[in-house]
Design a protein around this ligand. Sequence first.
Ligand code: CO
Length: 343
Amino acid sequence: MLLKELSEAFGPPGQEDEVRDLIREKIAPHVDRIWTDTMGNLYAEKKGRDAAGPRIMLAAHMDEVALMITRIDREGFLHFKSLGGIDQRVLIAKPVVIGRQRVPGVIGAKAVHLLEPEERERALSLRELFIDIGARDKEEAEKLVAIGEGAVFQSRFSSIGGNRVRGKALDNRAGCSALVELLQYDYPVNLTAVFTVQEEVGLRGARIASYNLKPDLALVMETTTAGDVPEAKSHQMSTRLGKGPALTIMDRTLIAAPDLLKALEETAQRLDKPYQWKQTATGGTDGGAIHLTGAGIPTAVVAIPCRYLHSPASVIDLADYQHLIELIHGFLTHAPGRRTGQK
Ligand code: CO
């Protein structure tokens, strides 16, 4: 399964090579042209039946939240900073893999009985955590890992429940996987898919990708927080699993283009497919960078609800994944040919 392969691939921000190679191999038979840029964004162009039709950018980020090794101490422990927003509460005792050699390790911390009372009351900060790769000293550790290399959770993808899956990096390998699947079909419009880099550290790859392409409009395919868990109040439930792909009206980085949102909503209604509105205005996506490019690019975000985002075991519902593909397929097949006001 493509989503499994993508979830298990190694892709810290700035070190997306393995994900990029995997995607390139999968899409090559289905697109007209593939290229990359200086930052490592992967572009795939697919010409539409109407050469003069609108040019649409579809974006999904390849990177995942990770840790970057910043120091190796005398005893051979690795110290790190975060690449993207990681909740430090999820880190302790988690298995990780590091760098080019995919060295296995575990995130360690001082044992609980050695903690001061006030330390027990709070989550340990990143500074108090380290990675243990089993090295006896600094010299042994340096043979395996270099400063600047990334570490990601080591986590097997698997199915849980009836139609749900669990794995690391579903943010945003689920979006990448859906975009790869969408590229297998032909459309009337001119498409350029961009698998972007460095989203988790500030929407960086998307910024130059949209500058390079200057599309007529852009759709971002993402995962977004599902808040439908015990103890959450209903207004905190940003999205809910199994209720369809989520459309964003506004988040921290973007107010979606109203015409584009309307077209997406109409597409869902026409196809009789479920969709939901993202209920909180938190978080940001590549859309934040894309819509401010040049003289502005109408942009919208469609996202798969995901529980435990940025953890070793995120959960999505495959029905939401499938409905996202169907929604965007339906949109690309019909809506964009129409210009605003010419319905
Ligand atoms: Co994301």
